[in-house]
Write a protein that binds this ligand. Structure first.
Ligand code: WQD
Length: 363
């Protein structure tokens, strides 16, 4: 009998892509979402992608009575907890709302799981728990120090779950520290569509490319980075979804708790994304520099080796794939926009590449 997995926030950006990956891996999946940051037609889009009926309930992860009803209805084997707020700027503007959404809801969910004997969780954490890293790339044992209320809320969530792991008859928990999820499912039917603009870069690039915004505001041009703009580790959302399947399998089959970075292990600047998005969309992306954004760090990218060692996880898709799939998602419903014919520039290996000579690189 395939295991049944409960996804809180399962209609959201990461949740919906993880739903597809889980169904394709043979799991039964139940979605809970309050649709505060997800479109109500996502379940039917998921049905179109997977060819299966979708079980989705309009439930807030902090609604204790509703959670009891869900756990009494479905024999849940594990929970993947996505339901949370994630925008750094919004967390600075309204910390209380973040603590309520990200901490109180988690504790309510954990109590419901205890009442119903469910003791496995994959927890959606974030690289913001590292704050401004002392060195790069960032390993899991790097110091944990938040620089904004969002990072604090994720760090506290990890601590609550670590207590559960250490108790007698402890839980099995997978803590996944996301770097910067981007891109969309190849179908173009699901993607990053924040109802409340979370301020993430990739959706904003799309809006400028579609001429919905006159220009991109780039926060900071004088960071100590090669082109002065912020560097992040962008990971394709479909790779991230695959990481959740591998984390669940580690819990269900081996009962091995873990805390791992989910990133590609490569840093790209804001201007790298602007250039790539221009090639993919065939559109010019005007931009203007502005002061640094509160809560931002100069550079952040993962040491991905622990996820590779523990989960055999490696992010395979590259920045071109992320921008191209994002553009397809953003424009599929709008025939006025098409993918450009441009192809990704070949990856230039650093010389000397063993066994190759300069002649090998002549095109
Ligand atoms: C990326 C870069 C900005 C917008 C947050 C969360 C993280 C994760 C992803 C959950 C930075 C620059 C952005 C703009 C810009 N959330 N930027 N102009 O802040 O790195 O990470 O979202 O999964 O946990 O912390 O992502 O996309 O907002 O910013 O110049 O209009 O783009 O300064 O360098 P961030 P982001």
């Amino acid at each position: 009998m395939p295991a049944t997995i409960l996804l809180t926030g399962g209609a959201g950006f990461i949740g919906s892509h993880t739903y597809v990956a889980l169904v394709e891996a043979g799991y039964q999946v139940v979605i809970l979402d309050n649709f505060s940051n997800a479109a109500r037609d996502v379940p039917e889009r998921l049905a179109q992608i997977t060819g299966h009926a979708v079980i989705a309930h309009d439930v807030d992860a902090g609604d204790s009575l509703a959670l009891d009803a869900v756990f009494e209805t479905y024999a849940i084997d594990a929970v993947v907890h996505f339901a949370a707020k994630k925008s750094v700027p919004q967390s600075l503007a309204n910390p209380q709302r973040f603590f309520n959404a990200n901490i109180v809801s988690l504790l309510t969910l954990m109590r419901a799981m205890e009442r119903h004997g469910v003791n496995r969780m994959v927890y959606s954490s974030s690289a913001t728990v590292y704050g401004a890293p002392e060195s790069l790339p960032i390993p899991e044992h790097a110091p944990l120090r938040y620089t904004n209320p969002y990072g604090l809320s994720k760090l506290l969530g990890e601590q609550f779950l670590n207590q559960k792991i250490r108790q007698p008859q402890g839980w099995d928990v997978g803590v996944l520290r996301y770097f910067n999820p981007a891109g969309a499912h190849v179908s173009g039917l699901i993607g990053e569509a924040p109802l409340s603009n979370g301020g993430n870069l990739m959706p904003l690039l799309a809006r400028v490319a579609k001429k919905e915004l006159p220009f991109l505001t780039i926060f900071g041009q004088n960071y100590g980075t090669p082109d002065g703009t912020g560097i992040r580790d962008y990971i394709h959302v479909c790779d991230l979804a695959k990481g959740h399947v591998q984390s669940l399998e580690k819990l269900l089959r081996h009962r091995q708790s873990h805390t791992v970075n989910l990133g590609k292990g490569e840093g790209h600047s804001v201007l790298d994304l602007v250039k790539t998005y221009e090639k993919v969309s065939g559109q010019t992306i005007p931009y203007r520099f502005q002061d640094r954004r509160a809560g931002d760090v100069a550079a952040s990218f993962a040491d991905p080796s622990m996820a590779a060692d523990l989960l055999d996880f490696r992010a395979e898709r590259n920045l071109w794939d992320m921008c191209q799939s994002s553009w397809r998602w953003e424009t599929l419903s709008d025939p006025a926009w098409q993918l450009s014919e441009a192809k990704p520039t070949p990856r230039i290996l650093k010389m000397p590449a063993a066994g190759l000579s300069p002649q090998d690189f002549r095109h």
